[in-house]
Design a protein around this ligand. Structure first.
Ligand code: NAP
Length: 330
């Protein structure tokens, strides 16, 4: 019987509390949280209590010095990902770091080099790679239900204003990485699109800032083409006041899929529509299981640094050429 992995959590904010902890509580036989860290004490103390009274520290270096911490879960503001990941690997820990991999492509490339240097599991918590909705969708696409897919449209129209819990984190509003909410949220959609339709090969983008109070950018329209001859448009509009939607539409030469609220609607001309509701918990449990199997059973993980680098590269390059009228090649 394998022993649970002794885990240290660095960053005790929204994602640690609302997304990671619930998954870890269901995986107590696989992970034992042995220490947590937050640089401000009230949050560190409250989270340590929530976890069950584990010790906490305010300086993450102290957590990294603990011999019995085998692995760390880094759930920090994005601009800290590079330094803390580097320090964790140097301290010989397995690393699960939240998406996006880093704040820019220079830091992200430097992290890629660590894959050859350290014999540790290095994983990015890109939960969309583990979501059951996309696994089901991929298998339905592969079984030819809509024939050959040729187009995909993903619309995220949503109002993020000062009442949004994520907009209340100062580091998001005064972001030290390009794209603000567009990069923060958009890497998820790019990860899923790459998983479903292969590598992006070209694209062009237009951006706007509608509400500067939520960061430098809140609106992206990105047209792209993938290696599987699928054309697409990814629209992410975080200042959509009134109308809201989060929908994927996939057109194939023999039918279409519409994906919304973890439901796949299959439509074909002349045939009745069919709906499948997917049991999708966001992928967080599968994500931690992958991390566990990578560490304990040396299994290949699905969300390595290379995959996460590519997600980030696509968003950043799209933003770099946005509004120029030029096409970017990936
Ligand atoms: P958050 O609520 O601000 O959490 C970050 C935490 O880190 C805060 O508690 C902050 O403390 C603490 N912190 C900041 N600097 C620190 C340092 N030097 N040492 C120790 N602790 C420090 O942000 P969040 O929404 O949880 O986001 C965290 C990460 O999760 C980001 O990478 C984000 O992209 C990711 N995320 C992923 C998902 C997903 O679905 N996969 C969803 C949300 C977020 P203070 O607040 O006291 O400064």
């Amino acid at each position: 019987m394998d022993t649970p992995i002794k885990l240290g959590i660095i960053g005790c904010g929204i994602a640690a509390r609302d997304l990671h902890l619930p998954a870890l509580q269901k995986l107590k036989h696989k992970f034992e949280i042995v220490m947590v860290c937050n640089h401000t004490e009230p949050k560190a103390r409250a989270f340590a209590e929530l976890v069950g009274g584990v010790p906490y520290v305010l300086d993450y270096h102290e957590l990294l010095q603990q011999k019995d911490v085998e692995a760390v879960d880094i759930v920090l503001p994005i601009h800290l990902n590079y330094q803390v990941t580097k320090d964790a690997l140097e301290a010989d820990k397995h690393v699960l770091v939240e998406k996006p991999l880093a704040a820019n492509l220079t830091e992200a490339s430097a992290l890629l080099e660590f894959e050859d240097r350290y014999q540790r599991v290095m994983m990015v918590a890109e939960n969309f790679r583990y979501r059951e909705t996309f696994h089901r969708l991929k298998s339905r696409l592969q079984s030819g239900e809509i024939g050959a897919p040729y187009s995909v449209f993903w619309n995220v129209f949503h109002l993020v204003d000062s009442s949004n819990k994520y907009a209340q984190t100062r580091w998001r509003i005064h972001h030290q990485y390009p794209g603000g909410f567009i990069t923060d949220g958009g890497v998820h959609n790019i990860a899923a699109l790459r998983y479903l339709f292969g590598e992006f090969i070209a694209g062009n983008a237009f951006t706007r800032s509608i509400n500067p109070e939520i960061g430098k950018l809140d609106t992206l329209s990105f047209q792209f083409k993938t290696e599987q001859h699928v054309n697409g448009v990814f629209n992410v509009f975080f200042s959509s006041n009134g109308y809201s939607e989060n929908r994927v539409i996939i057109l194939g030469d023999r039918g279409s899929f519409l994906i919304e609220d973890n439901t796949i609607l299959w439509q074909r001309s002349g045939l009745p529509d069919q709906k499948e509701q997917i049991d999708d918990d966001g992928g967080y449990i599968e994500e931690f299981l992958d991390f566990y199997n990578g560490i304990r059973h040396q299994k290949m993980i699905s969300s390595d640094f290379r995959e996460a680098f590519r997600d980030l590269e696509i968003i950043i390059k799209a933003l770099e050429t946005a509004d120029s009228g030029l096409s970017v090649r990936f």
